[in-house]
Design a protein around this ligand. Structure first.
Ligand SMILES: [Mg+2]
Length: 126
């Protein structure tokens, strides 16, 4: 399996720790961002292969970050998985319209997370 760099952007530290541990166990390298601005900066400076993007974050929300990522040439092709809560189900269409690759509804278990992440990363191989 190829080691990938994954940016985990969520303002909830518990989520960042859970996601980070689950994905490190697959051998991936994890970078964390604590809000939307931090996510954008790290997407540019760290050049992740994949961004896990929380919807509700301070400074810039996940949809704004997604829009910026796709606008900038350096990050236009990065894979994005949105992290939403059940209350934000209506947002999923919005995310799909903006071109996110997948989404996960919180709370999710580590196994479901790993399955979705590996599916999206597999698209990078082809
Ligand atoms: Mg949040």
């Amino acid at each position: 399996m190829t080691t990938r760099r994954i940016l985990v952007a969520d303002d909830n530290q518990q989520i960042r720790l859970l996601v980070g541990a689950a994905l490190r166990s697959l051998g991936h390298e994890i970078v964390q961002a604590v809000d939307g601005e931090d996510a954008l900066q790290k997407a540019i400076s760290e050049r992740p292969d994949l961004v896990l993007l929380d919807v509700t974050m301070p400074k810039l929300d996940g949809f704004e970050v997604l829009r910026f990522l796709h606008k900038q040439p350096e990050t236009a092709n990065v894979k994005v998985i949105m992290l939403t809560t059940a209350a934000q189900q209506d947002d999923l269409k919005h995310g799909a319209d903006l071109g996110c690759d997948e989404y996960l509804t919180k709370p999710f278990d580590p196994k479901a997370l790993r399955v979705v992440v590996e599916k999206v990363l597999a698209e990078l191989e082809s």
